[in-house]
Every structure is written in C-alpha cells, then in structure tokens.
Design a protein around this ligand. Structure first.
Ligand code: P1T
Length: 379
C-alpha cells in the first residue's frame, strides 16, 4: 500500500461491533468481563482503548513499524522512551533540539542518574568520540528545532550497529510523509503528534513507533505502567488529522519553499535556515533521506537586533505569534524567549539561537498572502 493510501486505510478496520466507517470515540475507562480475565480484548483504558488502538495502528502503518503507541504529549512520549533506561546509562543527544527535550534530559533524568552528552551529529565522528560502554541511547532530532540541521540517520545507525545502542529519532519536523527513520535503521521513532500528525493546532499528543517485538513490549509497559496515555477524544482527533497528512504536507512543502526563496533575496535577512536551499550545509543529506523539505523556516536579521525581530512579530497579520508548529495556519515563534527559553543563555548563544532568530511554521494558506504578510512586516 502506498503512503497516500496508508494515511487513510493503513492497519484500519471498520468498527467491528457496528460497522461504523470512522472509529468511534470509546469514551469509557473500563470494559465488562464475563468472568475474571474473560473479556473482548479490552480491560481498562490505561492498558488499551479501541480508539487509541486504531490510532496506534495508523501510526505503525505510516511509520513502517509493527507497533505504535499514543502518549498524552510529545514530551510524555520522550519520557516513555527514557524510562527504558536505568541509572548509570548514558545518552548521546543532538546539540540542537526542542527546548523541552533538553529541559527533561538535564533537569529531570540527569537527577535520576542518566548522563547526557550533546553533540553536533551533522559530524558523526562527534558521536563516536562520546561512546562509552555505558552508552545505551542515541537521541537524534532531524530536521532540528529551531536551526534546521539535518542528521544523516542511516549513517548514525550504521555507526552504532552491533554496539547494543538504540537509536531514537524525533521525527516531528519531517512527519512520516517526508521521512521514515525505521527504514533507515532507527530502533524508535517519536513524534510530537501535536504538530503535523494532528495538523490543526487543536490537540496535544505524542507518538512512538517501533518495529521490534521485545522493544514494543517494553514501550507498552512504560506507557501502561507510567500512565502517560492519550485519551480517546484526542486519539480520535489525531487519527482524523493523519487522514489528510499527505495532502497537507504537499502544500506545507510548496509554501515553505516559496517563503524560503522570498526571504533569501530580502535585504534585511541575515542567515536563512531551510534544508531545501542548495546553500544549506546539509542540503544533500536532506535530498537523500527526505521526500521534500517541509514547512519550517528559520532566519535571523542582518542587523542582529532583537528589536528588529520583535517589530517583525508585532506587525504580522496572517502569521500568528505563538508556540507550536505543523498546523494548517502559519505561525511565527521567537525561540530565545518562547520554545527554547529553558535552555541556559550561554548554551543557546553557543548553538546560534540568537535573540534575533525567528522560526516560521509555514501553513497551507495561499502563498501569495503569506509572502505579502512577510513583506509588509519586514518593510
Ligand atoms: O509539545 P509536545 O507535544 O509535548 O511535544 C514536544 C516536542 C517534541 N519534539 C519536538 C521536535 C517539538 O518541536 C516538540 C514541541 N515543540 C513546540 C511546542 C515548539 O513550538 O517547538
């Protein structure tokens, strides 16, 4: 089955009890048993719920995995993965990544005895330099949030193959339409389903997909025993969103490219971060491992002034200044004070998350209107 069919039909069935074409919202916490332990496959909704099962099957289908898991948020999904580790284990993580992931790693799990090193994985030799016998997980994010670096997933997986180290990829920015990390050798793929999977900025959710039976059992245990599940209403919304993922992503990619091309020639723009541009340092890798370049574009100002960024945000009319991304509507974000404020300023500055950095989530509106909005605001 091709991807554009899988988003709608992948591992889906009509509701077995009624024939309902769309999976109903099973708003129930518990399920009747005819004798202790005798039931129709469901006991208690923290363990499994039919609406969540339908979503988890859809997630597995579009990420080419065998098992999907739906968590209450992207961070709950990350948390569910980290719970596979134990004190003394070491994690090598991408240096540029969502601020909330960095905050969880350094302010929660470090206190529980995990050790984290952050390296620029666009140079894979940086990973090799940090591997020790205690290394158990490589945490890749690509494209990265907010600087749009691209990591060669297959190269990283090949590097640690046979070393007993798992590779997890946060695939939020690409979405499964553009890239399938499990096909490139990753063990785990994770999403903030709040973003492109949901697609309408109306739900917070997380996803994990694996292709290995014993890893699936461990993730299910982490979800079930840790309790960070997604409720049935939210599971329904993500399932509904996935059905149009391929159509939305095509337009996100088209509009993202148009916005990047426009910004490239604008005299006030300094650095532009978009993997679809031939000038992007990782463009060739992006071309190799992604089906398109997505709708996320970051840039800073030639002036280097925070005030210029703030004036730009305040004058936007169609782009909304807000956290998050991946919805049908265009958003603008100031990473330094919003999504990445939890990263200490010295690390932020070293990474290049400057005070004049702007991150755009380009939506699926008419591109002419988006370009006109950027132009009037920059002028
Ligand atoms: O917000 P939540 O659903 O918990 O997802 C966390 C998360 C994980 N990974 C990546 C790459 C993300 O971008 C996010 C959430 N990011 C934003 C809210 C943002 O505006 O960047």
């Amino acid at each position: 089955m091709k991807f554009n069919t899988k988003t709608i039909h992948g591992k889906q069935q009509h509701d077995p009890s009624t024939g309902a074409v769309m999976t109903p919202i099973y708003q129930t916490s518990t399920f009747a048993q005819s004798s202790p332990g005798v039931h129709k496959g469901y006991e208690y909704s923290r363990a499994a719920n039919p609406t969540r099962t339908a979503l988890e099957n859809a997630l597995a289908a579009i990420e080419n995995g065998t098992h999907g898991f739906a968590f209450g948020s992207g961070l709950a999904a990350t948390d569910g993965i980290l719970k596979l580790l134990k004190a003394g284990d070491e994690v090598i993580a991408m240096d540029d990544l969502y601020g909330g992931s960095f905050r969880m790693f350094t302010r929660i799990y470090q206190n529980f005895g995990l050790k984290f090193s952050f390296v620029d994985m666009t140079r894979p030799e940086n990973i090799l330099a940090k591997i020790t016998p205690q290394t158990k997980l490589i945490w890749v994010e690509t494209p990265t949030n907010p600087l749009m670096k691209i990591v060669d997933i297959k190269l990283v997986c090949d590097l640690v193959k046979d070393k007993g180290i798992m590779v997890a990829v946060d695939n939020t920015f690409a979405s499964p339409y553009l890239q399938n990390p499990l096909d490139l050798g990753a063990d785990i793929v994770m999403h903030s389903a709040t973003k492109y999977l949901g697609g309408h900025s109306d739900v917070v959710a997380g996803a994990v997909v694996v292709k290995d039976e014993s890893l699936a059992e461990k993730i299910h245990f982490s979800l079930f025993a840790g309790g960070g599940i997604l409720g049935p209403q939210d599971a329904y919304l993500i399932l509904r969103g996935i059905k149009t993922l391929h159509v939305r992503m095509q337009r996100h990619c088209e509009n993202g490219m148009k916005v990047a091309e426009f910004l490239k020639t604008h005299p006030k723009i300094g650095q532009l971060f978009f993997p679809g541009l031939i000038e992007h340092p990782n463009h060739e890798i992006a071309k190799k491992q992604m089906k398109g370049f997505g709708g996320m574009v970051s840039f800073n100002f030639k002036s280097g002034k925070k005030e210029d960024a703030f004036r730009f945000f305040e004058r936007l009319k169609i782009f909304t200044l807000a956290e998050s991304l991946g919805g049908v509507e265009s958003l603008a974000n100031h990473p330094a004070s919003m999504t990445h404020a939890s990263i200490p300023i010295e690390i932020r500055t070293e990474q290049g998350i400057s005070d004049d950095l702007v991150r755009l989530s380009v939506g699926i509106e008419d591109a002419d209107d988006l370009l006109a909005d950027l132009e009037q605001s920059l002028d």
